[in-house]
Design a protein around this ligand. Structure first.
Ligand SMILES: *Cc1c(COP(=O)(O)O)cnc(C)c1O
Length: 392
């Protein structure tokens, strides 16, 4: 039996998304730029998809730009705002300490090019404080970029309030909403955002396709040189099947949002109830403003990697945080930013659920966590030390 509990890393393609893609792979394989009818048929598919996506986000179709995923959308939004800011002598950008690496590494690059970067604190509850953003804004600030929901701990940020502050100060505001779209309500107008990134494979769509929403009137530069696709902002023949699959997956996720949110949070709550009595177990991040399906915890005295490998042997697919950084034994930058002690950050476990998970699976996971944590502690010198100190 395989239990997949790593949906923050990627999700299973839904049947609805798959079936929407098959006709384009089989017979409607045209290039949307071609003038003949096969090409124009492909164009109709992509433009209908664009309309569906716009409706789901409360945006206009010509505010939707297709990219290769969340990383590219983040890069394009940030680099474009930086270049346009620089032209006006504005070289200051505000972000937070626990953004995705697609954001943080882009900011590192800009720092090397002479930009000044302020990363605000995220505190132990894993939430950015809007006042901190307000206080950090300067005359030369060209961009604020704050994620809608964190990918490691699942906390949701006060995007609407931050957006209001940015509007008031006339500063561009981008949000990486890759973990949020399809999981919580996302309305670009209500959130007061100028740019927003999303990625299909995080909500049961195909990999390799994402969207950058750019509010009408905001200037966008292209990253890739070539043809005039996406109104000159993103060259390259459209990934037609991906675009159609993204739209189908998004529509399905948005239609079933309430129903799925209840179902998924029941699975997550079952996990929290089951592990909270384990000695020296800590749940990371505020659980009030939180994604329905993600939970992150630390177990003192053990290594997260060992726990994950042993859970895998029991058929459970979990993660120690971000899939992009695992493989390195560095503790999570997210947990460190939240003030989790370095030794605990090494023992972290992220479980992230989807509509395909069940409460029975949660019970099995809890049973295996208890068993595995017990075993790892029985052979852990660090745990022995903790116990000795307790008894001293
Ligand atoms: C997955 C993820 C990304 C990257 O998206 P890709 O489509 O895989 O490039 C960016 N930001 C967050 C918060 C993510 O979870």
């Amino acid at each position: 039996m395989i239990i997949y509990a790593d949906n923050a890393a990627t999700t299973k393609l839904s049947d609805t998304a798959l079936n929407s893609m098959l006709p384009l792979m089989r017979e409607d394989y045209g290039n949307p730029s071609s003038l003949h009818h096969v090409g124009q048929c492909a164009k109709e598919y992509t433009e209908n998809a664009r309309m569906t996506i716009a409706e789901c986000l409360n945006a206009l179709p010509n505010e939707i730009y297709f990219t290769s995923g969340g990383s590219e959308a983040d890069n394009q939004a940030i680099l474009s705002a930086a270049k346009n800011g620089e032209r006006k002598g504005k070289k200051h950008i505000i972000s937070s300490k626990f953004e995705h690496h697609a954001v943080l590494h882009t900011l590192d690059k800009l720092k090397k090019e002479g930009f000044d970067i302020t990363l605000v604190d995220v505190y132990s509850d894993g939430v950015v404080h809007p006042e901190d953003i307000k206080n950090a804004i300067r005359e030369d600030t060209c961009l604020v970029t704050i994620m809608t929901a964190n990918n490691e701990v699942g906390t949701i940020q006060p995007i609407k309030e931050i957006g209001e502050i940015c509007r008031e100060k006339g500063v561009l505001f981008h949000t990486d909403a890759v973990q949020a779209v399809g999981h919580i309500p996302v309305d670009v107008k209500e959130m007061n955002v100028d740019m927003l990134s999303l990625s299909a494979h995080k909500f049961h769509g195909p990999k390799g396709i994402g969207v950058l929403y750019v509010r009408k009137g905001v200037i966008l530069n292209s990253l890739i040189n070539g043809g005039t696709q996406e109104r000159g902002k993103r060259a390259g023949t459209e990934y037609t099947y991906g675009i159609v699959g993204l739209a189908a997956a998004l529509k399905e996720a948005v239609d079933k949002l309430d129903e799925n949110s209840k179902k998924i949070s029941a699975v997550r709550d079952r996990i929290i109830d089951g592990v909270k009595n384990i000695e020296r177990c800590h749940i990371n991040g505020n659980l009030e403003h939180h994604l329905p399906g993600t939970v992150n915890m630390c177990f003192e005295g053990i290594e997260g990697e060992s726990l994950i490998l042993l859970l895998d042997q029991s058929g459970i697919c979990a993660s120690s945080g971000s899939a992009c950084t695992s493989g390195s034994l560095d503790p999570s930058h997210v947990l460190l930013a939240m003030g989790v002690p370095i030794e605990n950050a090494h023992g972290s476990l992220r479980l992230s659920f989807s509509e395909y998970n069940t409460v029975d699976e949660a019970d099995f996971i809890v049973e295996k966590i208890i068993e595995t944590v017990d075993y790892l502690r029985s052979i852990s010198p660090v745990w022995e030390q903790i116990k000795k100190q307790e008894n001293a």
